[in-house]
Design a protein around this ligand. Structure first.
Ligand code: ADP
Ligand code: MG
Length: 696
């Protein structure tokens, strides 16, 4: 393999360059227009495109094609069909039609639909999203698609994202026009997701039923050393990890994924990969692809890649920082302060739309990062609290204060008058950043840090796009009728009003502190600690009104999503509880009983020859008590889990798992972890944390 990345980058992608080379000019132009403006592709061209893609795919080793989609739970879904078509002489030809490219009909009856398909008795179909490139992987042509039911209900994560991108574009362009911009025709939301992950040795993984079944350790005492020395963050890469990362880069680059940053993270065995940002839907597809490649590639290195938000207690969990902004097709980043007074006022308008939106729809953002896995991470003094707040930084805070007071902003060297002078560039230097904020301004974008490492980023981004679009719409509605002579004054007073009303959501202090939790409660900010607490608010009236107004979701679709999220939560906890019961009964309790028997035998032998057996007796007593605790907790857990599983109302079931099952899981774990500390490692039936996280 050539080491010149530019030579092989995207070699497995049917991208713009390939299209230009292989499609007739008119067809290429049409598809380019589709990609750029989001207009539908002329169906007469579909056959031509399909044929060109097929020929290219076959040259790249493909025998099959698959519509690749993102159902409402789990990761991506795919069903592969071959290009072969039998001929009369018992041979085949390789065929692929425009229809097959544009529309697929997976038998998707087993995908969760939150009751949508049942009520509409409609099957779903997948529709090609031509704004995201097709690619070849493992002998198949992958066609990125959106998935909807025949009666139009959304059944996936991507459709709302695509819709939200459209409405954000429309509303943002309205704002740009107010500022006299006549060149921009489209605004796209951009995202760069920083992906955290753990790598552990495959042998260790195979010896832990909990990791296999649930992706996280359900038991495990902390080793003598954790992450307190902070010697892992940015540390040099061990050869095995370095080799994996190099392989990962190459694999992702071949698939056209813009992987660029790699480093060790805070926890032992934890790492990060970040791509160069791109349009939200492409970034979403690429992140899904990246996660899949990360997991598969690890196996080749005899490693296992853990994408769970909290694989190990006591050390940091993994998130996915969602760096979000908006950019115009004439080259402006709308969250970049800009160099002229007018650009600055425009920047402040977009900024205020974000502030207002985040305050009014904090619940939606919280929901977009909620899952059973992320519940362990949020608010755990290692990740943003479950309270949504915005970090502005000192300079920008000064500007906002000046906006409200109608005064001036004084920076170190200069004085600026809002809307009259150009604002200075705000530092983009990471040392100045507040790492404890869930939603931080980082110079020219916002970094939404709550998102979990295994989350699909479509949801946080469709929420952000929709929320901000709605606020921009409100501003445009008011400002479009304001005469030019009053524009500046009216806008500034409107923005000042927004800041005054929504400044409660801004917090520049330490988000990990207890004082902030108290302060946030005083400010009336929601603090939904768990998935079960926040998800039902998806269907609150204001949220339904928002999504319906912009045609993102209907009420029924939102209710379906609430059901799916809560059901998924319940299923996750159910599997975890059952795995704990299994491990306790088959591994931990038998091991403890065997060891207790060894102690009893030793005591008997010693006492028969009148040697003091105090140590054995003391150990036997403590281990006996803990084993009996673990045994009791195991039966209680079995009972509580069965009771929760028998509840048919989905919100009630989820509540039962949260309130009745999780506390007993914690009890069982505490007993077993205490046993682990006391028992000799030779008698312990599974690898310990020290074997797992310090071993690669
Ligand atoms: P840090 O860890 O210091 O926050 P990284 O370099 O790891 O920064 O990640 C920053 C991410 O933000 C990258 O994916 C980068 O491409 C992305 N990013 C930069 N500018 C923008 C933008 N305008 N819109 C969206 N994402 C952006
Ligand atoms: Mg980073």
């Amino acid at each position: 393999m050539s080491k010149n990345v530019a030579e092989y980058f995207a070699c497995d992608v049917f991208n713009d360059e390939v299209m230009r080379a292989r499609l007739p000019k008119a067809v290429y132009k049409a598809i380019k227009k589709t990609r750029k403006l989001g207009v539908p592709l002329d169906p007469t061209y579909a056959d031509v495109v399909a044929n060109a893609i097929k020929d290219w795919a076959i040259e790249h080793g493909a025998t099959h094609y698959t519509h690749w989609f993102q159902p409402m739970t789990g990761s991506t879904a795919e069903k592969h069909d071959s290009f072969i078509n039998p001929t009369d002489n018992g041979m085949i030809i390789m065929n692929f039609s425009g229809k097959q490219l544009v529309k697929g009909e997976p038998d998707a009856s087993s995908f969760p639909s939150g009751g949508l398909r049942a009520t509409c008795s409609a099957r779903g179909y997948t529709a090609w999203d031509p704004t995201s490139f097709c690619f070849v992987k493992e002998g198949s042509l992958y066609i990125p698609t959106a998935y909807v039911s025949y009666t139009g209900e959304i059944l996936d994560k991507k459709t709302p994202l695509l819709r939200s991108m459209d409405i954000l574009s429309t509303q943002a362009v309205r704002i740009l026009r107010l500022f006299g911009n006549t060149t921009a025709t489209k605004v796209t939301s951009t995202v760069g997701p920083e992906q955290e992950y753990f790598l552990i040795d495959k042998k260790m993984y195979d010896a832990r039923e909990d990791l296999i079944m649930t992706g996280r350790t359900l038991f495990g005492a902390m080793p003598p050393k954790g992450q307190e020395l902070e010697d892992q963050y940015f540390a040099n890469l061990k050869p095995r990890i370095g080799a994996y990362m190099a392989d990962l880069d190459e694999s992702l680059w071949r698939l056209g994924v813009f992987a660029t940053t790699k480093h060790n993270e805070v926890a032992p065995a934890q790492h990060e990969m970040a791509p160069v940002f791109s349009t939200t839907n492409i970034a979403t597809d690429q992140n899904e692809l990246a996660m899949e490649v990360m997991e598969k590639l690890a196996l080749k290195h005899n490693l296992v890649c853990l994408l769970h938000e909290k694989p190990f207690d006591g050390v940091n969990g993994s998130g996915k920082h969602n760096n979000w902004s908006m950019s115009t097709d004439d080259g402006q980043n709308l969250l970049d302060p800009g160099n002229t007074p007018m650009e600055n006022l425009q920047f402040l308008t977009f900024l205020c739309a974000v502030i207002k939106g985040v305050d009014e729809y904090a619940d939606l953002l919280r929901i977009s990062a909620s899952s059973a896995g992320n519940d362990h991470r949020l608010g755990a003094n290692e990740a943003p609290p479950a309270i949504i707040s915005i970090f502005m930084g000192e300079e920008l805070q000064g500007v906002l204060d000046a906006l409200v007071s109608g005064g001036t902003y004084v920076s170190e060297s200069q004085t600026f008058k809002i809307g009259v002078d150009a604002l200075p560039d705000f530092p983009k230097d990471s040392t100045d950043r507040n790492r404890t904020s869930p939603f931080a301004f980082t110079g020219n974008r916002f970094e939404f840090r709550m998102v979990g490492s295994s989350d699909n980023i479509a949801c946080p981004n469709h929420m952000l796009n929709t929320i901000v679009a709605s606020e921009l719409c409100e501003i445009a509605d008011k400002m479009e009728s304001v005469p030019a002579s009053e524009f500046d004054v009216t806008l500034k007073s409107m923005l000042a009003e927004i800041v005054t009303k929504h400044k409660r959501v801004i917090f520049n202090g330490n988000g990990y502190s207890d004082e902030w939790v108290e302060e946030a409660a005083k400010r009336g900010l929601p603090n939904y600690k768990t998935t079960v607490d926040c998800v039902p608010h998806y269907a609150d009236e204001k949220n339904v009104a928002l999504f319906e107004k912009f045609g993102i979701f209907t009420k029924a679709e939102i209710e379906a999503r609430v059901e799916i999220l809560l059901e998924n939560y319940s299923k996750t906890i159910n599997i975890e509880a059952l795995t704990m019961i299994d491990m306790s009964k088959k591994k931990y309790i038998p091991a403890c009983l065997t060891y207790s028997k060894e102690l009893a035998d030793a005591i008997a032998v010693k006492e028969s020859v009148e040697i003091c057996a105090d140590v054995e007796k003391d150990l036997a007593k403590q281990i006996g008590e803990l084993t009996s605790k673990a045994y009791k907790a195991t039966s209680n857990l079995a009972e509580a889990t069965a009771a929760a599983a028998s509840i048919t109302n989905i919100p009630d079931m989820a509540t039962a798992y949260k309130e009745n099952v999780i506390p007993i899981m914690d009890e069982l774990r505490a007993a077993v972890d205490a046993l682990e500390v006391m028992m000799p490692s030779s008698s312990w039936p599974v690898p310990a944390y020290s074997d797992i996280i310090f071993n690669v």
